[in-house]
Design a protein around this ligand. Structure first.
Ligand code: SF4
Ligand code: SF4
Ligand code: FES
Length: 278
């Protein structure tokens, strides 16, 4: 009986069973530092049972010799949780942005000599090799005040009651791990190394969705006006071209296009209210 392995993200189903003891090639885009030219290097890695991209990068670090026999340096990448929670290990694997810690080699490269291509995300400045600077992503969360503004240093009494329906929606939105996949895939979000321009560049689907999350929170909604003000200006919600790439690549299946539509409606109402008030 033939079995079909589960389809990895962005891949057609793999038909062959993974070959034990095989060697897989890793074609990696290398870069020595910000602004430096990039180059490609290929390493051959013997695959251990249950290997993922991170464990293969560790194997390369232990013996950084290319397939041409040239001694190189360990590849640099970022990681934290190793269980698809922190988003730090996000990179472009075989052309698709995703987390490297959850990328299993058996699904991506089941046969001897298969190649896995690794590149840094394209919309964030490269620090070195596969490690990028995601500061702009976190700056966007500050732009929309993605927090509940309470002083937790003393007892404030009971908070307002939360509605279960709203909690359910918010729970899903709260799973965002700030990985950057939605930004890397978005045609409106372009590489902008100049931090001075971030406040007027497109903010991105993750921040729009987080604004929705905190606007729905009974205590967090006190900043609704400020959040919507920040999304009305340059680089705000009107810059979204509705291409919907973001929702397709989100590893947490966050309903980003629903959030964009909900915030779009809220911004329209807010701008009318402000027009008549002022
Ligand atoms: S919305 Fe999804 S893709 Fe975007 S940063 Fe959050 S988890 Fe990543
Ligand atoms: S809908 Fe399109 S333009 Fe808007 S955030 Fe998503 S990918 Fe970007
Ligand atoms: S290391 Fe945290 S998501 Fe991969």
């Amino acid at each position: 009986m033939t079995t079909t392995a589960p389809s990895p993200k962005g891949f057609s189903p793999v038909r062959a069973a993974p070959k034990p003891g095989r060697t897989v090639l890793f074609r990696i885009k290398r870069c020595e530092g910000p602004g430096k030219p990039s180059r490609w290097e290929t390493f051959a890695v013997p695959i251990e049972r249950g290997a993922n991209v991170i464990s293969c990068l560790q194997a390369i670090a232990a013996n950084p010799v290319t397939i041409e026999g040239k001694k190189s340096t360990p590849v640099v990448w970022d990681a934290g949780c190793l269980e698809e929670v922190c988003g730090a290990c996000t990179m472009v694997i075989n052309g698709k942005v995703r987390q490297s810690c959850s990328c299993l080699i058996d699904a991506y490269a089941p046969s001897e000599g298969d190649t896995v291509t690794l590149e840094p995300m394209a919309k964030f400045p490269v620090i070195r090799d596969l490690w990028v600077d995601r500061s702009r992503l976190f700056d966007a969360l500050k732009r929309v005040r993605a927090w509940v503004p309470i002083d937790g240093t003393y007892y404030l009494g009971q908070g307002p009651r939360e509605k279960p329906r709203s909690q359910e929606t918010r729970y899903k939105l709260s799973e965002c791990m700030s990985c950057g996949c939605c930004l890397d895939a978005c045609p409106q979000f372009v590489l902008e190394p100049d931090a001075a321009k971030w406040s007027t560049s497109f903010i991105g689907a993750h921040a729009i969705s987080q604004a929705r999350l905190f606007n729905m929170h009974e205590t967090g909604k006190v900043l609704t006006g400020e959040r919507l003000d920040s999304l009305m200006g340059h680089g705000g919600i009107s810059d979204c071209g509705n291409a919907q790439n973001c929702v397709k690549v989100c590893p947490k299946s966050i309903p980003l296009t629903e959030s964009i539509a909900a915030i779009g409606r809220a911004v329209t109402i807010h701008s009318f209210a402000r027009y008549f008030r002022d």
